[in-house]
Ligand binder design. Structure first.
Ligand SMILES: C[S@@+](CC[C@H](N)C(=O)[O-])C[C@H]1O[C@@H](n2cnc3c(N)ncnc32)[C@H](O)[C@@H]1O
Length: 285
């Protein structure tokens, strides 16, 4: 496998995932006690957007993602928060007020983390992991590991802090990716039943997602929230929608998320097939 996230960096899937990620991090920070943020499939951390045309010269994806939000006015506070972080990242990278770089999940977490929060990034591809390690070489309480992210929950949980947010964001190139995710969730929940686990997934075949949710139910999961964003109904588009599954969502997260979804659908939608939804897969008791 030779997945290159650079081709997709800043697309609508990233915008959706990262908006919700920042919302989750902020929600966990309502408690003073620090926590571990574990990014099992971290990528290289930062992506130059000029270098982002897809394989075989396909058009870059970011103009229909972060490109649309960058120019949007009057966004709800959590979306404005996420865009402000992307702006801050571009400022740090010397781009001034222009959109030239896209921060991946490690950078977004690093930009919002407090001194008491700890970050661990795992990435399997050595060149990506090296880039990430270089970027965070001077940062305290940040660890970059080159290795299999699916093994990370077993190896690293429970953390000393006894609180964690785990993001599982694989490339979905392998046929058994959902099975690997279930294995990682099983190990993670055994070690930290109250941990917050977030899984991003593409909706390329609805039946695969349904099988994933059926497998999840076999784990006897804690409260589980699912949010999905569809941008199109066009048959020729492979990834028409994507979703984020959140186990043990923090208090108020669902209420904060709901009003954002129609805005994301309106801003990122391509045609009348654009829609967003949020529902409890396993309700809170
Ligand atoms: C979708 S990208 C991650 C993007 C990143 N989380 C972000 O939001 O910016 C998936 C990454 O997983 C890496 N990867 C693939 N298989 C892996 C594995 N088993 N363990 C850890 N990383 C893996 C790929 O090299 C790629 O960089």
């Amino acid at each position: 496998m030779n997945y290159r996230h650079a081709f997709h960096a800043g697309n609508y899937g990233d915008v959706f995932k990262h908006t919700l990620l920042v919302l989750l991090l902020r929600a966990l920070q309502r408690k003073e006690k620090g926590f571990l943020y574990l990014d099992t499939h971290a990528g290289r951390g930062a992506y130059p957007l000029a270098a982002a045309p897809g394989p075989k010269g396909r058009a870059p994806e970011w103009p229909e993602g972060i490109g649309r939000l960058w120019a949007a006015r009057g966004l709800p506070a959590p979306l404005a928060d996420y865009v402000a972080l992307v702006r801050a990242f571009n400022g740090r990278a010397g781009a001034g007020d222009r959109l030239r770089h896209y921060p991946g999940s490690p950078w977004l977490a690093a930009l919002v983390r407090r001194p008491q929060d700890r970050l661990v990034f795992r990435e399997q591809q050595p060149p990506e992991a090296r880039a990430l390690r270089r970027a965070f070489a001077r940062e305290r309480r940040v660890t970059v590991e080159c290795g299999d992210g699916y093994a990370a929950p077993r190896a690293l949980l429970p953390p000393l802090e006894r609180r964690a947010l785990v993001l599982i964001d694989p490339p979905f190139e392998a046929a058994d990716e959902f099975d690997a995710i279930l294995g990682a969730l099983r190990a993670g929940l055994e070690r930290l039943p109250a941990g917050v686990f977030a899984v991003w997934y593409p909706v390329t075949a609805r039946a695969r997602v349904a099988r994933f949710f059926a497998g999840l139910h076999e784990l006897r999961p804690p409260p589980a929230l699912v949010a999905e964003l569809a941008v199109t109904a066009a048959p020729e588009v492979r990834m028409k929608a994507c979703g984020l599954l959140v186990l043990n969502p923090p208090w108020r997260f669902a209420d904060e998320l709901r009003p954002l979804l129609p805005v994301l659908a309106a801003t990122l939608g391509v045609d009348a097939g654009a829609a967003a939804r949020c529902e409890w897969l396993v309700p809170e008791t």
